[in-house]
Design a protein around this ligand. Structure first.
Ligand code: TGC
Ligand code: FAD
Length: 392
């Protein structure tokens, strides 16, 4: 793979909207990605292996629990810092950002928000340092967009719960030490359970043959009469709203992360267009290529503004779920379109692993599907503006 020459575009001087702390956090993440991710990520993706050696670095840049309070090992940062970290990581690879999203928003967040003090103290510091890795089991083979229909369930056996069922498409599952699993009790109410590796009847087979997110490990979670200690139930919230609150936080991170992937594609294509000559001049001198590049930077700038504003709303506790859906949907589609256009600017070179673009493009096919598909987010916006529910 070519050396990482990335220079971040900032067409509207959005850096002026950031604090010194935001910039420091971003610089640390950006430098780490250049030093520790870019040199190894293409080979990891080609081999379809999660590069475990980056876990320590992810913890050091604050990517595990950026907004979780420091007393639990988190970085105690605001939402814009969280977004900037996700942006920088996904600039390197969406699969690496997935690992961080899951650990932070889908594992640490529910333990922090819905867990007991004992659960927080037991798990959060270890998750923040990367000593423990976590995963989040909501999706099932027959219940993806409609998680409320889940069939995974647990029964109260007096001194423990008995868990049965299966989850699929679970990021980090193959190596996770703890899984936050959503399952129905005997009355059909959804609860979160902490399922630990080594519990009898619990297995995590790896999902193979992915053409997308190849550097992220995906797997299933199988529960065959797993005895769950009662203290492993998250006590402070039940119902589908609990996992959906986690998804709000992760979707916010994706809205920022996708900008990173888009920036990397644009920056690569811009450099290539200025260097590559055909018909005795740089291809960037042709109006058709300029149109592509000019539209890309326009869309990136709009996405940056959307993400920044959403971050300020999140900091004030005012962002709605449908605002988050709009940003996730818009920014991921924007990134995917930019990846496809950038790929064309590189001609044949664009399909090789010499450049990051094709990897970003394939990764983004998962990003536009997980955490709520492109269609689902559109319907969430539709429901919000019309007051009419298309899901029921
Ligand atoms: P509905 O009846 O509308 O709602 C059920 C309850 O939840 C409340 N609620 C929310 N609460 C918090 N945040 C939100 N965003 C919420 N949305 C709804 C709602 O008020 C209600 O509460 P209550 O008290 O009345 O019970 O639910 P529904 O069954 O009609 O479904 C709505 C729908 C379709 C929007 C929802 O199911 C959905 O978002 N589906 C998409 C599923 C999804 O995103 N799955 C993601 C799986 S995890 C993943 O992909 C991780 S990838 C990680 C990585 O690698 O980065
Ligand atoms: P389906 O729900 O079957 O959807 C298929 C198609 O139908 C889509 O185009 C969808 O938009 C459309 N559709 C569905 N319902 C409607 C409707 N009402 N109106 C119109 N169109 C509709 N899940 C987890 O729980 N944890 C994880 O860590 C996780 N990681 C993932 C990692 C990867 C790489 C992938 C690919 C997925 C991951 N997921 C995870 C699962 C992901 O959230 C689901 O794939 C996603 O929610 C869609 O569910 P589905 O694949 O079952 O598609």
């Amino acid at each position: 793979m070519k050396p990482d020459l990335f220079e971040a575009p900032d067409y509207y001087n959005l850096d002026d909207l950031l604090t010194e702390e935001h910039k420091l956090v971003r610089t640390a993440a950006r430098d780490w990605v250049k030093r520790d991710v870019s040199p190894i990520i293409e080979e990891a993706a080609q081999k379809a292996e999660f590069p475990k050696e980056i876990i320590k670095g992810l913890a050091e840049i604050g990517a595990f629990g950026p907004y979780i309070p420091e007393e639990y090992g988190g970085a105690g940062l605001d939402q814009i810092s969280y977004g900037l970290i996700m942006q920088e990581i996904e600039r390197g690879d969406s699969g690496v950002r997935s690992t961080a999203s899951v650990q932070s928003s889908l594992v640490m967040y529910p333990i922090y928000k819905f867990g007991s003090e004992t659960q927080r103290k037991k798990f959060l510091p270890k998750l923040a340092s990367g000593e423990f890795m976590g995963c989040f089991g909501l999706t099932e083979p027959d219940h993806g967009s409609n998680p409320g229909g889940m069939v995974t369930n647990f029964k109260d056996k007096g001194n423990h719960y008995l868990l049965n069922g299966a989850k699929m498409w679970i990021s980090n599952a193959p190596f996770a030490d703890v899984a936050v699993v959503w399952a129905k009790d005997e009355s059909g109410r959804i609860h979160g359970l902490l399922v630990e590796r080594g519990m009898e009847g619990f297995s995590t087979p790896t999902t193979h043959n992915k053409w997308s997110l190849r550097a992220s490990a995906t797997g299933e979670l199988i529960f065959d009469n797993v005895k769950i200690p009662k203290e492993n139930l998250l006590p402070n919230k039940s119902g589908l709203g609990a996992p959906l609150m986690c998804l709000d936080s992760a979707r916010f991170g994706i809205a920022w992360g996708a900008i990173g992937a888009a920036m990397d594609c644009y920056d690569t294509a811009l450099r290539y267009a200025k260097e590559r000559e055909q018909f005795d001049k740089p291809i960037g001198a042709f109006q058709l290529q300029q149109k592509k590049l000019a539209e890309m930077i326009t869309e990136i700038t709009k996405a940056q503004l959307l993400a920044w504003r959403l971050g300020t709303l999140r900091n004030e506790g005012k962002a709605t779920s449908s605002q988050i859906s709009m940003a996730k949907r818009n920014n991921v589609e924007m990134a995917l379109k930019i990846a496809r256009e950038s790929r064309q600017i590189l001609g044949g070179m664009g399909i090789t692993g010499e450049y990051s673009i094709m990897r970003h493009m394939m990764n983004l096919e998962s990003v536009i599907t997980y955490e709520g598909t492109h269609d689902i987010h559109l319907l969430i916006t539709g429901m919000d503006i019309t007051g009419l529910n298309a899901f029921k």
